[in-house]
Design a binder for this molecule. Structure first.
Ligand SMILES: [Zn+2]
Ligand SMILES: [Zn+2]
Length: 180
């Protein structure tokens, strides 16, 4: 155990420019999914978001150059009524995967990391922000698939609606608490 360098004992990553970084402890359980919710679409600027998440206790975040937001309403016109059966068509009432604090880099403007629940909670990371993609688990499923911009032709489970998407997330979270 004395020959392990620091680099070998963590999985690192950053925003696109590298101003903000994170380190995940080696060997901790991670879960990964595609989210098609409108808030992820807006934050990422992509039709679907490839997200990997870990327990907050297993990651160190250096976000001195990031700004975090937890938007309640989508930009005007963004939702186009999708995901909103009542009220404000831009609010996307049933279209948010979680109340995430979404951190964007102040320097490069790219999505960096998302947190929920503080130190006892979870941290969601755009999978592309990991330095080594081969350190990531396989993608498990699609959630909020009914809000998709594009059809996907893989064989992964696809959860269309709010309840089944949330239940899928809870099950993935529960796996992070299992002993190896
Ligand atoms: Zn950056
Ligand atoms: Zn989402």
């Amino acid at each position: 155990m004395t020959t392990n360098s620091t680099a070998a004992t963590v999985t690192r990553g950053s925003c696109t420019c590298g101003a903000n970084t994170f380190e995940v402890k080696a060997g901790v359980p991670m879960q990964r999914f595609y989210c098609h919710c409108l808030y992820c679409q807006q934050f990422m600027g992509k039709p679907a978001t490839d997200v990997t998440f870990v327990r907050a206790k297993n990651i160190v975040i250096h976000a001195e150059h990031a700004t975090f937001n937890n938007p309640k309403v989508l930009p005007p016109g963004f939702a186009h009524g999708r995901g909103s059966r009542f009220g404000n068509p831009d609010k996307g009432r049933f279209a948010k995967c979680a109340r995430l604090n979404r951190g964007r880099c102040d320097e490069c403007g790219q999505p960096f990391i998302e947190t929920i629940g503080g130190s006892a909670g979870m941290v969601f990371i755009p999978s592309g922000n990991f330095e080594h993609q081969d350190a990531l688990p396989p993608v498990q499923r699609h959630i909020y698939y009914r809000l998709r911009v594009q059809n996907v032709t893989d064989d992964l489970p696809k959860h269309h609606y709010f309840a089944s998407s949330q239940f899928a997330i809870y099950r993935m979270i529960s796996r992070l608490f299992r002993r190896p």
